[in-house]
Design a protein around this ligand. Sequence first.
Ligand code: NAD
Ligand code: ZN
Length: 295
Amino acid sequence: MATHAPEVPTTAPAPRHAPGPSEPSTQPTTTEPSLQDSPTKPSLQVRNAAQVLSQSSNAVFFGGAGVSTESGIPDFRSEAGLYHAEHTYGHSPEDLLSVTFAGENPELFFTYYKENLVHLSARPNPAHQALANWESNGPLSAVITQNIDGLHQAAGSRTVHELHGSIWRQYCTRCHERYTLEWTLNPTNCREPNHVVPQCPACGSMVRPDVTLYGEALPEGVMEASAQAIAAADTMIVGGTSLAVYPAAGLVDFFRGSTLILINTSPTPLDHRADIVITQPIGRAMEDIRSLLDE
Ligand code: NAD
Ligand code: ZN
């Protein structure tokens, strides 16, 4: 959600090489279902992705809010999300979640945040589970996520680079004392008159979530670690992200492996750079890829 790019430790990314003759053909990259495809049969793109992953020795995943929509957490750059924010709160999500807005109107900031970004009952879906499985038993070396919901860790992923922080961590803006999410959700820990803004009992200042707001820099070291993981990978899966939030979206430029796989229910600005484009809900797509790999 930030706008400032920290320095990343690599020089200009090298161009990716095209798949060689011994590698599986990932062409054509059409996103339309072919005649052989059926609702029950994995699409050509899904089968190609499974073949690529079966031969990968170092894959990375880079995802966004779309990874968690099948867990019941809405994204907010979709039309419904934007409309909901404007209609209910009178502002866009970018405004409501900006550092300026949080400082000037903490009541509305916390109301929107708690009502829209905290989903205590959400559970990992097949996309989170497949990624955790491929880290333990397959080629996946890292998950890089713009999500703040902690669902990759809940599914069992261990190497998770959280570009925008996590709802599960909170700290006092003055004395830096740490608090749990449950603590901040308890109205008795929040200040008068609305009991929505958490207040540090040690120093009386506001307690805020450890998430990156629009206008803030990304957490130190996370961009660097993510760029390094991507630069070392032979395969990159990008899923459930509009690729509209920079500098996170620019991470794709660090990929110099052979196959870029894109999974999204709607077109993205980088579809033309992908070797395989899968236009499907990511949970279903990942479940199908996992089944093919397990065969
Ligand atoms: P975004 O820019 O990553 O956009 C979501 C993308 O996912 C869209 O392109 C949409 O077409 C796609 N998508 C939705 N459901 C999908 C599915 N089932 N399968 C495949 N693709 C799907 O995210 P955003 O909503 O604009 O949010 C911006 C930022 O806000 C995020 O980067 C994140 O920091 C934060 N956010 C986090 C969460 C979360 O933690 N779950 C949820 C909403 C927003
Ligand atoms: Zn304090």
